[in-house]
Design a protein around this ligand. Structure first.
Ligand code: ADP
Ligand code: MG
Length: 243
């Protein structure tokens, strides 16, 4: 199936101030190894996010929050709907982009903190975390300085900075992942349980980083298992029902 099977929808009006506009997302999983059972997960979910806003995806485990977030990053192909992103002043619909166009949108416009850091053996944490900022166009030294500043704020022990995160604990990997995304000033940031493995001190640092992003006009969408974090940084919630 190609993306051309998606119905054409018109882009948001030029005067809208929103940065992200997901319209009627429909997504099912087909379980090919289990008799091709069709599992409907998203049945027409819409969300508009304005600059400086943080929207929580809320609902029980298995209700489709991560699936929705991965769809917003075009990690999953949706069955129907539109994902309009304001990319450098132009509206683009993610499911209709060519692969190289999608990479450009991810490089400059949408950041995503996944639940798990993908680690590459032998690459030091500081380089892993500096990669997106360098892709964005910042020189290696400046990018690594910015990452070191974030590592220090996130209390990541300095002896770990030059080591590969392969052997890091869950909370240490999560902080590398957070520094990776927050090093870049993305207009849109997606956070999938960014504080799940952190202690109270570092949870507080992440809440401050989110507040700083909002102040700069970033549009955030987050999944937070922690009520305290959600209540403090989110402006409203999009509710997902029980599966
Ligand atoms: P949440 O993040 O709200 O806990 P998920 O979006 O991870 O929920 O999952 C929603 C539903 O979709 C669950 O029933 C889950 O089993 C199913 N699901 C998620 N990812 C896949 C996948 N890659 N293949 C098949 N089913 C999936
Ligand atoms: Mg999830």
């Amino acid at each position: 199936m190609t993306i051309s099977t998606l119905p054409q929808t018109s882009s948001p009006a030029s005067q809208t101030t929103a940065l992200l506009k997901a319209e009627n997302l429909v997504k099912s999983f087909i379980l090919h190894h289990q008799g091709s059972v069709k599992l409907p997960v998203l049945e027409g979910v819409s969300l508009t996010v304005e600059p400086g806003e943080c929207v929580a995806l809320q609902g029980p485990s298995g209700s489709g929050k991560s699936t929705f977030m991965r769809s917003l990053y075009a990690n999953y192909r949706i069955d129907n709907g539109a994902i309009w992103v304001n990319h450098r002043g132009d509206w683009v619909n993610l499911p209709q982009l060519k692969p190289h166009e999608l990479l450009e949108v991810r490089r400059y416009t949408i950041g995503y903190v996944s639940q798990f850091l993908r680690v590459i053996p032998r690459v030091p944490a500081v380089e892993v975390a500096a990669e997106p900022l360098m892709d964005w166009g910042v020189e290696a030294d400046a990018a690594q300085d910015k990452v070191r500043e974030l590592f220090a704020r996130l209390n990541l022990p300095e002896r770990l900075w030059e080591l590969s995160p392969t052997t890091f604990s869950g909370g240490e990997k999560q902080r590398v992942n957070i520094a990776r995304a927050f090093a870049v000033d993305y207009p849109i940031l997606l956070l999938d349980e960014p504080t799940s493995a952190l202690d109270a001190t570092n949870r507080e640092v992440v809440m401050q980083l989110i507040e700083e992003c909002k102040a700069k006009g970033c549009a955030l969408v987050g999944i937070f298992h922690d009520d305290e974090v959600r209540e403090r940084v989110c402006d409203r919630a999009l509710q997902f029902g029980a599966a």
